[in-house]
Design a protein. Sequence first.
Length: 158
Amino acid sequence: MKTMKISLVLGIVILFSSCQFILGMFNDPDPYYPEIEIKQGATVQEIGAWLDVNIEYKESPDGAVTTQTPLETWRLRTGDCSDIVILCMYMIRWSQNKFPDFIYGYLTTKGEKYGHAWIQHEGRFLECQLSCKDVTDDPNYEMVKSISYYNLMKYGTY
């Protein structure tokens, strides 16, 4: 009887593991990339300053909506606003063990509205392309959608 229970449990575990592997059902909602060097305890401003110096903003070709992983942006050293935001979120997560939200909305400059992305961290809106400058009270930023770190990393889209 004991052997039968162990066999049944083992069979279920193997079947479940095989289904996960074969179907690719689960994306890792909290990936860790050792290649991305992150100073433990780095402030958001230190992370923002690093992004300003090391990651070049580049629009997606033909206005296409593409999303790079944090590792792709790290390796390429370039990305659009959402790619930079995703890398910033990742760096905050692994340096401070905090989970900022991805914010999608509109930025108005010179009377024109553009789709844009930034983060919400500890109740404040921060512009990742400007050394994580606080833009909470800036009327040029209009939030449309907020996505948690977990959902963004799990589903890889906004």
